[in-house]
Design a protein around this ligand. Structure first.
Ligand code: KG4
Ligand code: ZN
Length: 348
């Protein structure tokens, strides 16, 4: 069988990224231009600035991805792009670039769901991982427990009712003065702190054992901070970071293990930016060892936004004949398991 080379593009939030992926699992190049320095000044991602920066960087990033792979656009089998969910203006930059390149080179276009990309990041370094498996998806915008039943096919088992796990990290980091992006900063600060110094709530949702809720936890941290401030007490940033992180990690791990046991699934993967959290990786590893479950997680560079994961997901979409039409549009609130309907037949 001929090799399949996919040029993949990702621009859904604050990273402009492009990658060349061979046969869905071999990354030939992975170029990421991060906008963190730009958004740090504002304490979070400013959508309009993100779109403008994507426009500035996209051609350069795509050019670098092709040249690092040692291949040309003409040698690609298809062009893939994230078309949702994400910031609409940011997504449009990637979608427009992908359409123009694919059309110009006479290549098929494959629209990819960002979250399917995050899950597929696990395929890059684990050649033996194949569906079905249970996946905990924890990013800045999403928290899902889902079974990948087949490539690109999901059954959602649990989800957050309010904030995503990454969002909780970002909001708490801002409140305790660590700034943006919160997740990695809390991860680092927590290493010096006592995870049992403060007791924060672990929310349970009545009747939905696999759902999550993080807004109460965030409020509890803010209330605790205000209370201590009013009482004139010093609060240890490290203890607070460690105690908050411990509360998040405990619910993520407990619910994942519960779902794996209940659904009788022996293989567990984690995905998304928060999957690079060192405490989550350690706690999930220990819990999976205890329960005799096989655990998979991507290297940190493939956990946060990148285009290699989009190339991995696109390979399986392409093999299923799912190509997008030239009318592919950005879908900012695309749900997991949903596809753009009008072009499912592949008009390209
Ligand atoms: O997957 P991602 O790069 O973008 C989205 O699709 O949202 O995830 C970004 C999120 C942010 O909320 C960031 O704070 C969080 O992932 N994150 C982390 C860590 N690294 C990134 N959270 C906890 N610990 C980390 N080490
Ligand atoms: Zn993401």
């Amino acid at each position: 069988m001929d090799n399949i080379y996919i040029l993949a593009i990702e621009s859904s939030c604050d990273e402009t990224a492009a990658s060349v992926v061979k046969n869905g699992r071999e990354v030939l190049s992975n170029v990421i231009s991060s906008q963190i320095a730009l958004h740090t000044q504002y304490g979070g991602v400013v959508p309009e600035l993100a779109s403008r920066k994507h426009i500035e960087k996209i051609n350069q990033v795509i050019g670098a991805a092709l040249s690092e792979s040692g291949m040309t656009l003409k040698q690609m089998t298809a062009v893939a792009v994230t078309y949702g969910p994400g910031l609409v203006g940011a997504l449009l930059v990637g979608v427009s670039a992908a359409k123009a390149l694919a059309y110009g080179a006479g290549l098929p276009l494959v629209g990819v769901h960002h979250i399917e990309g995050h899950v597929s990041a696990n395929f890059i370094e684990h050649p033996d991982l194949k569906p079905p498996f249970l996946c905990l998806i924890v990013s800045g915008g999403h928290t899902h427990l889902a079974i990948m039943k087949d490539y690109g096919e999901f059954e959602i088992v649990g989800r957050t009712r309010d904030d995503a796990a990454g969002e909780a990290f970002d909001k708490v980091a801002r409140a305790i003065g660590l700034g943006y992006p919160g997740g990695p900063k809390i991860d680092r600060a927590a290493k010096e702190g006592n995870p049992h110094a403060m007791e924060f709530p672990r929310a349970k949702i009545e009747g939905c054992p696999y759902d999550f809720s993080f807004s109460g936890l965030k409020s509890a941290v803010l209330n605790f901070l205000n209370h201590e401030k009013m009482a004139g007490h010093e609060v240890s940033q490290a203890d607070l970071a460690a105690s908050f992180q411990n509360a998040v990690v405990e619910v993520l791990v407990n619910r994942t293990i519960l779902a794996a046991k209940e659904y009788g699934i022996g293989e567990v993967a984690i995905a998304g930016g928060v999957a690079s959290n060192s405490a989550l990786r350690a706690a999930m590893t220990a819990a999976c060892e205890k329960e005799k479950l096989r655990l998979f997680y991507p290297s940190p560079i493939f956990c946060t936004d990148n285009a290699a994961m989009i190339g991995a997901a696109a390979y399986y979409e392409y093999k299923k004949g799912r190509k997008s039409g030239w009318d592919l549009n950005a879908v900012p609130n695309l749900k997991l398991g949903e596809r753009e309907k009008e072009s499912a037949g592949g008009k390209s």
